[in-house]
Ligand binder design. Sequence first.
Ligand code: SF4
Length: 172
Amino acid sequence: MKEAYHADPAAVAALFQKLQREAAAAGYHLNPDQEFTMALVEGLLVNSERYGAPVCPCRLASDIAEEDRDIVCPCDYRDPDLNDFGSCFCALYVSEKIARGEAKPHSIRDRRPRLEERRASAKAAALAKEPPQSLRYPVWRCNVCGYLCARENPPEICPICKARHDRFERFL
Ligand code: SF4
């Protein structure tokens, strides 16, 4: 059995500040319910210790990095959920309207595909090795925010949402 982890309150406060800064810089909003948000931030820290990455605090991780990558926060599903429902699955990130207190987040269905579907799409992406002849460079897509760039390799950090290079997928 794994030992229980506890996050240091100072580390929770520091991560909260960092997420708030990054969210503001990129046009995102954290949930204005500070107690709720701090609990989620603590969950991210606990998961960082447990899995080596800030895996989504509201989802069950497999503890296999490759299979949990899409739910490392911010997950691949944050932006479509924000667009469709005004909040991410955990409601850590919310729309401007909710951030201003003009609406409340509500529970939403998890849009994450089943494991078999995720494996099939990863396999299809791996098969698309060569860029079309007409393209000088392959095109990479950030799975978190959809940023596209054409270059030999994906950027180390997404310039828009700050996701790491391993969150990029070959698009063309
Ligand atoms: S963006 Fe929201 S739903 Fe996605 S991992 Fe982070 S807290 Fe969970």
